[in-house]
Structure formats: structure tokens, C-alpha cells
Design a protein around this ligand. Structure first.
Ligand code: WQD
Length: 341
């Protein structure tokens, strides 16, 4: 079965393409490379032997989306990753985020409808929960006011898809709410590329490799066991496999509703300091970090109740926090090796 992966040159998209190919799917990738490069497609070829067809189209251009489906009328499912995802950037440039993240989704859905596409998997985020009242969050936890335009584009994307599913019983939608994807494929052929890192784990590995002088821990006085924020870190290959499982779930008609939501988290809350300790253990080196001020917009703690995904999708979490840190470190070392050659 042929699946269109949008944003397939990105971090989660590239890892999901590997898992889809490993599970027998044909993949076509569309990615305008505005936030990525085609380099990860070379890594996918090294891992799977498959040269995935790549269209560097802007999904905000409806004519291009039409052209893509015309070239591949046998696309039966879409996994939609392509979106801008920087929380601070979205606060500075909300219109850029509303235009890019929502116009691309609407164009995709208009053309999917023309081709009577049946399966649409949407990359959503735990950021739709905001500062959840009770933890761990389940799929029924009420959504708070979005903390950023980025989070609001994810809430709006979910709303658009739920309304579309209500209007068309033949259209099957799965919304996947990621917690904090980290780590890299065990081959170190693909991984997260963040030139100017915003997220914790790339900042940790870039500090350890010497690309950054020092990590600042944002806040030490939160109401948590060690004063630092709690997050639910989940290996990117576990996240990738959940997409394959979600596709197989709707293809096999196992979904009771034609629109379903799943939390994709490990179910474990880990503090920033605990993550740093796990990294120091696997990399066998001390990390240079200081305790700093809180970062505006951070929620104190969030982690998932993932029972729905594990029971209904048959999803299994395979990677521990140590393996998340080990693979993230091996990827950073591989990138460093390549850049010094
Ligand atoms: C994690 C923790 C920081 C950097 C991200 C994405 C969001 C969503 C979920 C996709 C926080 C702390 C960080 C640093 C630090 N993903 N930190 N020093 O904010 O949970 O959200 O994952 O939808 O879009 O942004 O992830 O890695 O930025 O922060 O202390 O240099 O690490 O304060 O507590 P976050 P993060």
C-alpha cells in the first residue's frame, strides 16, 4: 500500500518512513525542505535500501498538491508531519504559523477528498493539553487554552479533522499526540538535526560534543521532586512504530470511530536533572550545565497515560531512557565525525 509522508525529511518523519518500509509499505515523501534537507533520505536508503521518491513541494500551493496526487493516484493513506514546530518562533510570528500549518493541512484535505482517500494520520502534540489539571493525561483530559500559536495550530488541526470525519464516515482519521520525542535510529544514519537547538536533548548532546559551551537548566524551583520540569520522553523509533500501528489499525477496520485520538508517551515523567544524569551515565562524561531562570511558556509537568495506544494499537514501548540518551549521543558523535572529515 502506498503512503504519502509529508515532512518526511524531518526528524520524526524520516524515522517513520524507515518503520513503514520495514513493515512493507511503499512510501512517497513530500517536504519543501524549508526546515530540513533531503540528507536524511540518504540515511533512509542506507538503512532500508529504498530510494524514497521525494517531491520538494510547498503544500501551501494547492496546484502542487494536485500535481503530487496526479503523479501518485494510488496513494491510499497520508501521514501528515509537515508543519513549523518552534513554540517561541510561533509567538513571534503567529501569522506565519497559522498560514503554513493550517493552509498546508487544508490543501492536503481538499485533494485527499477528491481522491476519496481513506486514511489520514495527523501529527499532533501533547502541547494541546497546555497546563493539564491532573496527571498523567489521558485522551479525555480537557484541553486547556493553547499556550502558543504553535499549540493552537495543533488544536485547530485536530478540530478540522474531527469535523471532516463527522461529515464523511468513509474518511478515517487518527490524531497522534506526541510527548517528547528524543533519540535516533540505532544505525546513527538518521537523527535529529537542530543547528540552533531549542529542545533539551539536542542541547545536551551539542554541549557534550563541544558545539555549545554550557547547558542552562531552565528553572530549579518548580514544585517537583528536584525542582526541575517533568516531561514524558519517548524514543523516536517508538513514536515511528506507533504510526505504522495506527495505519494498520484503520486499514484492518479495527477503529470503532472514524476519528480516534492516541497519546504517544512512555507514561514516565522524568525531570531535567534526571535526564542529564541518564545522559552522563551512558556517555560516561560529566555535562557542563548551570541552573538558570525559568523559560516562559513551560508547563511544570506533563506525562501520558498511554494505555489506549498500547491496548488498542498493540503499540509496545521498546526503548528505555538510557537507550534514548545513548542513541542521541551516538547520532551527535556521527554528525561530528562527518563534519570534521
Ligand atoms: C523540555 C524541558 C525545558 C532546553 C517540545 C516541543 C513541543 C512538543 C513537545 C512537538 C523543559 C527544559 C530545554 C534547555 C532546559 N513537541 N530545557 N534547557 O518544551 O517540552 O516541548 O516537546 O509537538 O513542540 O517544543 O521540550 O526539549 O524544549 O524542553 O532546561 O536548553 O527541558 O525548560 O522543561 P518541550 P524542550
Amino acid at each position: 500500500m502506498k503512503i504519502l509522508v509529508t515532512g518526511g525529511c524531518g526528524y520524526i518523519g524520516s524515522h517513520t518512513i524507515v518503520d513503514l518500509i520495514d513493515n512493507g509499505f511503499d512510501v512517497v515523501c513530500v517536504d519543501d525542505n524549508s526546515r530540513s534537507t533531503p540528507a536524511l533520505l540518504k540515511g533512509i536508503k542506507k538503512i532500508t535500501g529504498v530510494a524514497v521518491p521525494h517531491y520538494a513541494y510547498d503544500l501551501c500551493d494547492l496546484a502542487k498538491v494536485e500535481e503530487l496526487f496526479k503523479a501518485h493516484p494510488d496513494i491510499e493513506g497520508v501521514i501528515h508531519f509537515a508543519a513549523y514546530k518552534s513554540v517561541p518562533e510561533s509567538v513571534k510570528a503567529p501569522l506565519k504559523y497559522y498560514h503554513n500549518n493550517l493552509s498546508s493541512l487544508i490543501n492536503l484535505l481538499r485533494v485527499s477528498k477528491e481522491y476519496a482517500l481513506k486514511y489520514f494520520i495527523f501529527s499532533s502534540s501533547c502541547s494541546v493539553y497546555g497546563n493539564a489539571e491532573a496527571l498523567p493525561v489521558t485522551e479525555h483530559t480537557p484541553l486547556q487554552e493553547a499556550e502558543s500559536p504553535y499549540a493552537y495550530t495543533k488544536q485547530s488541526g485536530e478540530r478540522i479533522l474531527l469535523d471532516l470525519a463527522k461529515s464523511d464516515p468513509a474518511f478515517n482519521v487518527v490524531l497522534l499526540r506526541y510527548f517528547n520525542p528524543v533519540g535516533a535510529h540505532s544505525s546513527a544514519e538518521i537523527g535529529e538535526v537542530q543547528e540552533k537547538p531549542e529542545n533539551l536533548v539536542p542541547y545536551i548532546t551539542q554541549t557534550a560534543i563541544g558545539k555549545r559551551d554550557q547547558l542552562t537548566v531552565f528553572g530549579k524551583d518548580y514544585e517537583t521532586r528536584d525542582g526541575t520540569c517533568i516531561r514524558d520522553y519517548i524514543h523516536v523509533m517508538d513514536i515511528a512504530n506507533a504510526h505504522t500501528k495506527a495505519l494498520e489499525y484503520v486499514i484492518a477496520n479495527k477503529n470503532e470511530e472514524n476519528a480516534e485520538v492516541f497519546n504517544l508517551g512512555s507514561g514516565n515523567g522524568v525531570t531535567v536533572l534526571e535526564l542529564i544524569q541518564a545522559f552522563e551515565k551512558v556517555s560516561e562524561q560529566k555535562l557542563n550545565y548551570v541552573m538558570g531562570d525559568r523559560r516562559p511558556g513551560d508547563v511544570v509537568a506533563i506525562y501520558a497515560n498511554n494505555e489506549k495506544a498500547t491496548s488498542k494499537l498493540g503499540w509496545e514501548i521498546k526503548y528505555s531512557i538510557e537507550e534514548m540518551m545513548r542513541t542521541a549521543w551516538e547520532w551527535e558523535c556521527k554528525m561530528h565525525q562527518k563534519s570534521s572529515n
